[in-house]
Ligand binder design. Structure first.
Ligand code: SF4
Length: 147
C-alpha cells in the first residue's frame, strides 16, 4: 500500500519557486509507485507571491530563526521572516492534521532546506524553517532533490 507523504510542491512540478518555475524530481514515476504525495509550499502558504525575490538567512539557519536569533531577508531588503514562519506553521498544521509521518523537502530553500541553505551569498550547511519545525516534532524528513 502506498504511503501518504507531504512533498515540497515544486518537486512535484508546481511552479511555486521564487523564479516562477518548478524543480520536478527526476524519478517522479518511481516515486508515485511508492507514495501518495500531498503538495505543500510553505512560502506560498505564508502569503509570499510567485515569482518573488530570492531570499537568504542572516544570523543563522531555520533553527536560529525559530529561537529568534536569525532573520530571512529577500534580495530587495524586505524582512520576510514572519511570513516564512507562518507558512511553515500552517504546513506543520496540515501535516499533523493528515497524520503524515514522512515529509520530502527540496534542499537549499529558506523554508524547505534539508541539509544546506543560503546564508547571504554562500550556500552553507543548515536547515530551513520547516525542516527545523519537523525535526522538533520527530517527523521524518527526506531530501527530495535526488529522488
Ligand atoms: S518553499 Fe519549498 S515548496 Fe515552496 S518553492 Fe520553495 S522549496 Fe519549493
Amino acid at each position: 500500500m502506498r504511503k501518504v507523504v507531504a512533498v515540497s510542491a515544486c518537486l512535484l512540478g508546481v511552479n511555486c519557486r521564487y523564479n516562477g518555475k518548478n524543480k520536478l524530481m527526476k524519478n517522479l514515476e518511481d516515486f508515485l509507485e511508492k507514495y501518495i504525495p500531498i503538495p505543500i509550499c510553505p512560502e506560498q502558504l505564508g502569503g509570499l507571491p510567485t515569482p518573488r525575490p530570492p531570499a537568504s538567512f542572516y544570523g543563522g539557519d531555520g533553527r536560529s530563526v525559530l529561537s529568534g536569533e536569525a532573520k530571512i531577508i529577500d534580495e530587495e531588503g524586505e524582512d520576510i521572516t514572519d511570513k516564512i514562519i507562518n507558512g511553515c506553521n500552517i504546513s506543520l498544521y496540515l501535516i499533523r492534521l493528515l497524520g503524515i509521518s514522512t515529509v520530502v523537502l527540496k534542499d537549499r530553500s529558506p523554508a524547505c532546506g534539508v541539509e544546506r541553505i543560503w546564508m547571504g551569498k554562500d550556500c552553507v550547511e543548515g536547515v530551513g524553517v520547516l525542516k527545523a519545525l519537523l525535526e522538533s516534532e520527530n517527523i521524518k524528513v527526506i531530501k527530495g532533490d535526488n529522488l
